[in-house]
Design a binder for this molecule. Structure first.
Ligand code: FAD
Length: 469
């Protein structure tokens, strides 16, 4: 009988344990993607990017003589209906680790098992599944460095090849047309502006990995901090949808280390931050919902999203060039440099004393590399409320950070048009992307700071010193 392979955030053929096993079985394989509530709940940019990724993935499957069947509805109902229609005896998938997916998958597994369907999940989205890494006392890790030391010498299995064949069923079940899902509907900003920055699909991701580990990884240690330079791998976009696997990245990183590339270990350590984020999310699923350290509930976070300062922050017109450049970079490219993410998050949660959830949600709507674990950890880490967090009194100064990491203002000038006599295309493209209702034009005067770095810092530190905990 056929095997249904339920595809989720794993849009690849290689190093895909469920597809690999299904291919090897010689039984007919029916790959299916379900538009359920976890898809409908995505922010505008990640949902749009998912649609682009699905189109490329469907083509890759077609080249193997297979198909991607698209269905919409609650996953359990869709899968049970497909089992009935196709006579499938098995439903296999790769595990996910965020709370919404875990709840759904647990229910699906038990419903299928009740019907004697072979419901199996496989590993693949992570290098180290969260329950496999334990402290000596038997608990989970709350600090990154000991987590890194615990995993760094682990033998990670070599990535699996793509299945050589995927047998087609006698009759394909019907599916929806991807265009009808219109996953880009909420992407109000001109998708045409963002599209040139997107790099889609497994083959592209592999090429990206090869180019990076054969080149820029050497200088990554310092290069990763220079915001105007393309010194990072940019693979988060592909990792987020599983267009590449972490094991493929890990092994490429190790090979670069063996080849004596200086920055390779630092890069592999960054891959492990992604693992650490999932480790924490799995063990403490409230990470995206509430302050990880409960005492922070007593902090006077400002939670009013309509405040002038918050709107200025979202629109990239706080009057702090580093912050504004970063927000505009995200709006135009769907991505933001890691250092810039820390700066804008610090400015929102410290200088403006806004609740980190406001920023987390904005990122969730704008990032094409949105990831439930890394985004919530990144926000709670910067805000100071999270595990292994930067202490709240460590307030990034956006002026000195700019001097250090964008010394010639190349980044700021790339993204901020106002005040430049001949602004570059990138800075102007922001105005093609934003809605008219934001009321911004490139000819405006660049605004004065909504909150100056000094005043904001003082207010944040004073609130911190007078807190109730
Ligand atoms: P590289 O520097 O090439 O690193 C390789 C890979 O390691 C990345 O692709 C990523 O998977 C992982 N990685 C690197 N840094 C981190 C980190 N700090 N935490 C977790 N994983 C990391 N990353 C996301 O993928 N999605 C998010 O939604 C996200 N939101 C963030 C929000 C905030 C406030 C902060 C401070 C960080 C956030 N990050 C997020 C982490 C980090 O900024 C990005 O992973 C990184 O910028 C991606 O660029 P890259 O692929 O070129 O990374």
């Amino acid at each position: 009988s056929p095997i249904i392979v339920w595809i989720r955030r794993d849009l690849r053929l290689s190093d895909h344990a469920a597809l690999h096993a299904a291919g090897k079985s010689g039984r007919p394989v029916i790959p299916v993607f379900i538009r359920d509530h976890t898809v409908d709940d995505l922010g505008a940019a990640p949902k749009w990017r998912l649609g682009l990724g699905l189109a490329v993935y469907a083509e890759a499957l077609a080249e193997k003589g297979s198909r991607l069947v698209l269905r919409a509805g609650p996953a359990r109902e869709v899968l049970e209906a497909l089992v009935d229609e196709t006579g499938a005896g098995a439903v296999w998938w790769q595990r996910a680790y965020d709370p919404a997916a875990i709840e759904r998958d647990t229910a699906v597994k038990s419903a299928l098992k009740d019907r004697d369907i072979d419901a199996q999940s496989f590993a693949g989205h992570l290098l180290f599944e969260p329950w496999t890494v334990e402290t000596k006392q038997g608990g989970f890790y709350k600090v990154y460095s000991p987590f890194w030391r615990a995993v760094k010498d682990t033998e990670v299995p070599e990535p699996l090849p793509a299945p050589s064949t995927l047998a087609a069923p006698e009759r394909w079940p019907e599916g929806d047309a991807l265009e009808d899902w219109n996953l880009g509907a909420e992407m109000r900003r001109g998708a045409a502006v963002v599209e040139p920055y997107v790099q889609l699909g497994e083959a592209t991701a592999q090429a990206r990995l090869g180019a990076f580990t054969g080149g820029k990884i050497d200088a990554y240690k310092d290069g990763r901090n220079l915001v105007s330079e393309d010194g990072c791998s940019n693979l988060s976009e592909n990792l987020s949808l599983g267009e590449i696997s972490p094991a493929q990245c890990w092994h490429a990183g190790l090979r670069a280390m063996e080849a004596g590339k200086e920055g390779a270990e630092t890069w592999v350590k960054e891959l492990v931050w992604r693992e650490f984020a999932y480790h924490l999310l799995w063990h403490t699923p409230h990470l995206p919902e509430s302050n990880w350290r409960e005492e922070w509930d007593a902090f006077p976070w400002n939670e009013d999203e309509r405040r002038r300062e918050v709107i200025a922050w979202k629109h990239g017109r706080t009057g702090i060039p580093f912050v504004d450049a970063a927000q505009r970079e995200m709006y135009v490219t769907g991505r933001m440099h890691n250092r810039a993410r820390m700066i804008v998050a610090s400015y929102l949660t410290k200088h403006l004393m806004c609740h980190w959830k406001i920023g987390m949600k904005w990122f969730e709507d704008c990032l094409i590399d949105w990831d439930p674990a890394s985004n919530s950890l990144g926000w709670q880490w910067t805000a100071g409320s999270g595990p292994d967090a930067a202490p709240y009194f460590r307030v990034f100064n956006p002026i000195t950070q700019r001097e250090k990491f964008d010394p010639d203002c190349a980044y700021v000038n790339r993204w901020i048009a106002e005040g430049q006599s001949n602004p570059p295309k990138s800075a102007l493209s922001y105005f093609d992307a934003i809605p008219e209702s934001w009321g911004m034009t490139p000819d405006d005067d660049y605004p004065e700071p909504v909150v100056s770095p000094d005043e904001g810092r003082k207010a944040a530190l004073s609130a911190y010193e007078n807190r109730d905990f």
